[in-house]
Design a protein around this ligand. Structure first.
Ligand SMILES: Cc1cc2nc3c(=O)[nH]c(=O)nc-3n(C[C@H](O)[C@H](O)[C@H](O)COP(=O)(O)OP(=O)(O)OC[C@H]3O[C@@H](n4cnc5c(N)ncnc54)[C@H](O)[C@@H]3O)c2cc1C
Length: 444
């Protein structure tokens, strides 16, 4: 039985790990320890970023368990970003402009907003795009662009600020963070024998310094790297995206303050520059890169994440193409920073949130909870992931949510590792890091 004093071990103090820890610490769990391979915010965390797009309310209509559960997370996190004193300061509700260049991508945009049209204003000419921001920001020709502006109920969140605030508040409430080699998990130690109900039992986890950490409950929230820890039956595909920063002057940063997000779902996106460093983050949009792992008979059986604070030169070209179309006055400015950024795609892009191993009808379950599968769109749900975890621990999660996020290896049998999963950009193909011709050399 779970008690407030039960020991809870969390692997990964990134986006979800910090959201989970905060929720548990706030709700009186007094024995929570979090392990991370790096200091918070980790340089390899997908959430360690200036900004992430936030869209309020249900993203789609429908009555499947997935739609229900995803909408539910959206509603919970919307409430937190708007009202929770810890999360609220990080939400910039400046709206966004979503656009596409091809008819196919535009049709997908229309599908996405179906049923919520009243929140959106069509934007179809270069003049209309330029007018979505103060004069002098958007100077491009926007050839072939069409889309919608959502003036409110959307915007961006200061991602690394929220992670750090959650970590600091959790620590203040008594949670313990162990980082670096002492927090880097190198092995999960499963018992050779299952428990009486036939479920696997995690005896402990080993960190790089040789320490073995044990706990009543262990939660896995190590993002794209979870796949390196044990056999997830192809349910996670570590996929990388690319981001670059350019430095702006203080005057430029003042002009760019409080901008809506601009996102062409085939070309890329940017938000206002960092208030601290005046760097503008730009992402080129594409279905992602993988680093394929091959079987003996040369078929892809996975993707292995690696860290690099550079991006492929083809990605730099895409970033500069986006700038040329939107803000040509910045198109040749040198990058001050760039990196590849890994997240973990499930086949249906829904979280993988479940007790590992079979559960029986009396609710018996293992002691190991999976909280993974951000699938490229799950920073915003950070506060909701905390609540969801507590529901799993306390046995109050509803059946539809459990069904939507359950362990589901049957969905990953013969997985197509090159599946674009509904994404656009860069020839609409998932790319292979092995084919990259060269990398940027920022700071080298
Ligand atoms: C370029 C990019 C842009 C994105 N834009 C958006 C957006 O606009 N809006 C949005 O909602 N989402 C966005 N996302 C998705 C979002 O960032 C992720 O879904 C979310 O951050 C995933 O959180 P996580 O906790 O699963 O992983 P992470 O935040 O990556 O955290 C994983 C943690 O595990 C730690 N770890 C790894 N290995 C170990 C180990 N062996 N031992 C201990 N700790 C370990 C890491 O150091 C890290 O701290 C974007 C993602 C990318 C890559």
């Amino acid at each position: 039985m779970l008690l407030k004093e039960s020991s809870i071990l969390i692997i990964g103090a990134g986006t979800w790990g910090c959201g989970i820890t905060l929720e548990l610490a706030r709700n009186g769990y007094t024995n929570v320890k979090v392990l991370d391979a790096e200091d918070v915010p980790s340089s390899i965390a997908a959430g360690n970023d200036f900004n992430k797009i936030m869209d309020e309310g249900p993203p789609s209509t429908g009555d499947t368990d997935s739609v229900y559960a995803w909408n539910r997370l959206h509603n919970i996190c919307t409430d937190s970003w708007l009202n929770d004193t810890l999360y609220k300061p990080f939400y910039h509700r400046n709206g966004y402009v979503m656009a596409a260049s091809s008819d196919t991508a535009y049709a997908s945009l229309q599908e996405e907003i179906a049923g919520r049209e009243e929140d959106y204003v069509p934007v179809n000419t270069a003049e209309e795009f330029r007018k979505t921001m103060p004069e002098g920001v958007l100077t491009g020709d926007f050839v072939g662009w069409k889309g919608y502006q959502k003036p409110s109920k959307a915007g961006w969140v200061l991602a690394k600020g929220a992670i750090l605030a959650a970590q600091q508040e959790s620590e203040r409430l008594g949670a313990k963070f162990v980082t670096g080699n002492e927090g880097k998990v190198v092995e999960l130690l499963f018992s050779n024998v299952s428990n009486a109900a036939g479920q696997p039992h995690l005896e402990g986890v080993k960190t790089a310094d040789g320490t073995i950490h044990t706990a009543d409950i262990t939660i896995l929230s190590s993002g794209a790297n979870a796949d390196l820890m044990f056999d997830l039956k192809s349910q996670l595909r570590p996929t990388a995206w690319t981001l670059a920063h350019i430095k702006m002057t203080a005057e430029e940063a003042a002009l760019y303050k409080d901008l809506p997000v601009l996102f062409n779902i085939e070309k890329g996106f940017f938000m206002e520059p960092s208030a601290e460093t005046h760097e503008l983050k730009i992402c080129d949009e594409h279905p992602g890169y993988i680093n394929p792992v091959y079987s003996a008979n040369h078929t892809v059986i996975g993707s292995r994440p690696f860290a690099r604070q550079q991006i492929p030169i083809e990605s730099e070209a895409r970033v500069r193409a986006l700038l040329n179309e939107t803000m040509p006055h910045l198109a040749n400015r040198p990058f001050s920073f760039a990196r590849i950024c890994w997240d973990a795609d499930t086949p249906d892009r829904m979280p993988l949130f479940d007790w590992y191993g079979p559960q029986n009808s009396t609710g018996n379950r293992s002691n190991f909870l999976l909280a993974i599968g951000g699938s490229g769109h799950s920073f915003k749900i950070m506060p909701a992931i905390g609540q969801l975890t507590r529901e799993y621990l306390e046995g109050s999660v509803d059946n539809r949510t459990r069904n939507a996020f359950k362990w589901r290896p049957e969905t990953a049998v013969n997985r197509n590792w090159w599946d674009t999963q509904g994404r656009f950009g860069a020839d609409n193909k998932v790319m292979d890091f092995a084919d990259v011709a060269g990398w940027t050399t920022i700071g080298e």
